[in-house]
Design a protein around this ligand. Structure first.
Ligand SMILES: Cc1cc2nc3c(=O)[nH]c(=O)nc-3n(C[C@H](O)[C@H](O)[C@H](O)COP(=O)(O)O)c2cc1C
Length: 188
């Protein structure tokens, strides 16, 4: 069982990072092999709406998204983690998601499924305020991505009212839920 965690926060050791690490720790405790990718450490371009797209659904831009496409294809479970920035996903996360437009086109226009095998995934997020609608905004986009890449949206975990770096540590109950989420996704 390979569990891939994708962190869309620029803050290393921040709330999203800590929460994602807990999920991956839980997954490892059930024997899963885990990997974490920090989007902010990658060099990749936003989607360029290329007109000369390949019909196999692969992206023509040669940058750090290429190895990430492969990691996503090979993963059995995907945990996407993003803080709420301006009421939705972080720019890093949204930029990655837009790069799946090639897959969307292949799937829905050309009727070719690139990511054939069905996988499971989850979305975890944090915010400084207490706005459910912000998580709803972010969740709608993640669900759209997951549908495009053949990932069933199975798990979610959100934590409001965490703003300073490490504030999430004041919420042991949420960290416990994150660990349990990791265990569940690794077994299910
Ligand atoms: C650019 C930016 C935009 C933000 N926008 C929001 C927002 O719209 N709503 C909110 O509740 N918190 C917002 N926040 C606060 C973050 O969601 C909060 O600090 C979170 O804990 C950051 O997670 P991290 O430590 O994983 O980066 C924003 C923070 C930044 C840096």
């Amino acid at each position: 069982m390979r569990v891939l965690g994708i962190n869309g926060s620029p803050r290393i050791g921040g709330n999203t990072d800590i929460l994602l690490d807990k999920v991956l720790e839980g997954a490892r405790s059930k024997g899963a092999k885990t990997e974490k990718v920090v989007l902010n450490n990658l060099k990749f371009s936003p989607c360029q709406e290329c007109e000369n797209l390949r019909d196999d659904g692969s992206c023509i831009i040669e940058d750090d998204m290429q190895p990430l496409y492969r990691k996503i294809e090979e993963a059995d479970r995907i945990i996407l983690a993003s803080p709420i920035f301006f009421g939705s996903l972080s720019a890093q996360t949204k930029m990655m998601i837009d790069r799946f437009q090639c897959v969307w086109r292949a799937k829905y226009i050309l009727k070719k499924d690139i990511f054939k095998s069905k996988r499971k995934g989850g979305f975890i997020s944090v915010e400084g305020s207490n706005r459910k609608d912000f998580f709803d905004n972010a969740k709608a986009i993640v669900k759209n991505l997951f549908a495009t890449i053949g990932v069933d949206y199975e798990e979610e975990l959100f934590c409001s009212g965490v703003d300073e770096k490490g504030d999430i540590l004041k919420h042991p109950e949420v960290l416990k839920k994150a660990f349990a989420l990791g265990e569940k996704i690794a077994l299910g």
